[in-house]
Design a binder for this molecule. Structure first.
Ligand code: ASP
Length: 437
């Protein structure tokens, strides 16, 4: 950020002040403006949203612009610099971590929902509040097959993360063989290509740094919109759901991530300091994949996770590891059961642990995706969202505050990815410990 410090002129104070402080100011101001607007000037909400939409959308688009190049270049660079056997070991470690923490997350969600009993005694009755949206649960074999792209260019164009990961890893591995070939000509062009890929990855990271300068404004607008539209509605019966979800999220971060990090002798506070820019970005954008460029930057620059590891673990995590969503699914299933007068039995809760873990894996890292997967979880315990049913009405209530819940769960989703990446890097003896002092 040295270049920024040399800037002169009207915006000097802006670029000179600490980025995180600016983002937090944007966040708090946005929440205050949103609550005041939504609470006292409801008629002004629609015009406010219309006027500010441009500035919020701009932030999201800037981030999205670099998601695919970030994954592609850093993953090829990462895979080309890691031995194939290690890639397999890192993969196995991170997958076990992701699965275990997601299942634990559902358990935390259920725990707090059992304690707080959101929706109990509520007796929602059906009306045509929401049209039944059908959850389609694709077959596992198809899900696995879809990871292999039939046309990598198409996957890049569509931004399908798993096929891009697959292609980039295979490409990077092939490149690592070329680069170390004993034919000098092959080795030469291999290292040349790797240089180009590395330079591209660095350039993209530079772009991320620049885009983050706009973050405080984007954050302000996005938060103000959410609070203006949904803040007041969360008060009342749904408050308990919100409290249960957020308690679950906080406890998960402290107990699960704090515990895992401590097992590898890493401090939670230092970790959160390093991850906070990504956490705030996830909170306001409500998209794990949109936040990915920032997540990668935090893991590498602030927490010393080498690119060879985080270029693989983080895009994978942004796609399949959704602990926050898992907590949310647990709490909301309980809420809906309670609200329609059919509290979940122990067995049903056990099923929720399984289906919510799987559903969180299948959740796309985009705003609101978790709410769609909730349908699948509900279906698995016999609570069908059909038009006009009480379940549909209770589900509609959840949808009403989804943005508020989505902010917290997305924040935890990416926090879990970074924690897992740091732990795997530490276990591989690759973590830059100087960054943790
Ligand atoms: N918005 C979440 C994410 O991007 C997914 C969800 O809706 O649960 O991580």
């Amino acid at each position: 950020m040295e270049e920024q410090n040399e800037k002169r002129g009207a915006l000097d104070w802006y670029f000179k002040s600490n980025l995180l402080a600016r983002i937090l100011i944007g966040l708090i101001l946005g929440a205050v403006v949103g609550i005041v607007l939504g609470g006292f000037f409801p008629n002004a909400v629609a015009p406010f949203v219309a006027w500010t939409k441009f500035f919020g959308d701009l932030f999201i688009r800037l981030l999205k612009m670099i998601v695919v190049p970030v994954i592609l270049f850093s993953l090829i660079a990462g895979a080309a610099s890691i031995e194939p056997s290690r890639l397999g070991r890192v993969g196995a470690k991170i997958m076990s971590y992701y699965l275990f923490t997601s299942a634990l997350a559902v358990v935390f969600g259920l725990l707090f929902a059992n304690l707080l009993k959101p929706g109990a005694g509520f007796n929602v009755v059906g009306d045509a509040a929401v049209k039944g949206r059908l959850a389609e649960a694709p077959a596992i074999s198809q899900v696995l097959l879809n990871i292999v792209p039939t046309n990598p260019i198409e996957s890049l164009a569509k931004g399908d993360v798993l096929p891009i990961i697959f292609f980039a890893v295979v490409f990077g591995l092939a490149l690592s063989y070329i680069k170390t070939s004993n034919k000098p000509e092959l080795a030469r062009i291999g290292s040349m290509l790797l240089d180009v890929v590395n330079a591209s990855a660095e350039t993209i990271y530079k772009m991320v740094t620049g885009i983050m300068q706009y973050a405080p404004i984007g954050v302000f607008v996005l938060i103000a919109q959410v609070f203006a539209q949904q803040g007041p509605r969360a008060i009342g019966p749904l408050l308990m759901v919100t409290v249960a979800v957020y308690l679950g999220l906080i406890v998960h971060v402290i107990v699960c991530y704090g515990g895992f990090l401590a097992m590898w002798k890493l401090g939670l506070i230092r970790f959160l300091k390093g991850a906070n820019e990504a956490m705030v970005t996830a909170f306001v954008t409500r998209s794990s994949s949109g936040t990915l460029p920032v997540t990668m930057r935090c893991a590498e620059e602030n927490l010393g996770v080498p690119r060879s590891i985080c270029s693989f673990t983080l895009p994978l995590g942004a796609t399949i590891n959704m602990d926050g969503t898992a907590i949310y699914l647990g709490v909301c299933a309980m809420f809906i059961g309670n609200a329609v007068g059919l509290p979940l039995t122990f067995n049903q809760q056990a099923i929720v642990v399984l289906t919510a873990t799987l559903a969180s894996i299948g959740t796309a890292g985009v705003p609101g995706a978790g709410a769609i997967m909730l349908l699948m979880v509900l279906e698995s315990i016999g609570l069908k969202v059909t038009e006009g049913s009480a379940v549909a009405a209770a589900y509609a209530m959840i949808l009403g505050i989804d943005a508020l819940l989505d902010m917290g769960r997305t924040c935890v989703n990416i926090t879990g990815d970074i924690a897992g990446s740091a732990i795997v890097a530490k276990s591989e003896g690759e973590l830059d410990l100087a960054k943790w002092r």
